[in-house]
Design a protein around this ligand. Structure first.
Ligand SMILES: [Zn+2]
Length: 249
């Protein structure tokens, strides 16, 4: 398993599903953004595959040069590797909500206890508590090498969810975590902080951005004209109808 280049400046370094980037079957996609002088990791998986994605990063760049790892939200498949990232010397960047949950490995707030009971995670899996080095919020711009990485608030899938916008090679790339997926789908779950009204506001706002490429936390990327698919989801929400759910078989 190793780093799979997705775009000029983006590699898939970990995944739960991509055969060549597989780190652990429970992991989300973990993306490395690297412009040759600096970069950042987007999401850290469960932690179960951390050794694999750390090795994949090292295929592309010196991990010590990276600005850090942005965690889009506190669900364990995205945030569970934060502790491993820090142990490897990568500062962790996350929202205040994610920071509060990660500080104690809070299984209620993150819905980990419910997800484990539903069979989403192995019975013995626990969320490793982790400090957050830098709390970020919508409008913040993180610099890494020549990259400007804009943080955008995106609640709805869960509280404190962030997405990340990066402009590279003339294209606007949206790292959408669990907010938006190929086909204009969203991730709706019966958990305490999945909020349809907030989700609608988030997606309608994102549809107003000039997004070319959508790199979601799971499933296929959208490598061109992603704004069309985001617009489809937003149009559904404007009609007060939730867009297609990525979890529906
Ligand atoms: Zn999630």
């Amino acid at each position: 398993m190793g780093a799979v280049q997705v775009l000029d400046a983006v590699w898939l370094v970990g995944s739960g599903s991509h055969p060549e980037a597989l780190a652990d079957p429970h992991d989300c996609h973990c993306y490395l953004v690297w412009d040759g002088t600096g970069g950042i990791l987007v999401d850290t998986g469960t932690g179960l595959g951390a050794r694999t994605w750390l090795a994949a990063i090292a295929e592309v760049c010196d991990p010590a040069v990276l600005t850090g790892a942005v965690v889009t939200h506190y669900h364990a498949d995205h945030a569970g590797g934060a502790a491993a990232a820090r142990s490897a010397g990568l500062p962790v960047l996350a929202s205040a909500e994610t920071a509060a949950a990660l500080a104690t490995g809070d299984e209620s707030r993150t819905s980990l206890a419910a997800a484990r009971a539903a069979g989403v995670y192995p019975p013995g899996y626990r969320l490793a508590p982790a400090g957050v080095d830098r709390v970020v919020r919508g409008g913040d711009v993180v610099r890494a090498g020549g990259l400007e990485i804009e943080v955008v608030d995106a609640p709805g899938h869960c509280d404190g969810h962030l997405v990340v916008l990066v402009r590279s090679a003339g294209r606007n790339i949206l790292f959408s975590g669990d907010c938006l997926f190929a086909g204009g789908r969203v991730s709706l779950q019966a958990i305490h902080d999945c909020r349809l009204d907030r989700y609608a506001e988030t997606v309608i706002a994102l549809a107003g951005r000039e997004v070319d490429v959508l790199l979601p936390g799971h499933g296929d990327p959208v490598l061109r004209d992603a704004r069309v698919e985001i617009g489809r989801a937003a149009e559904s929400f404007r009609r007060l109808v939730p867009p297609p759910n990525v979890h529906t078989p």
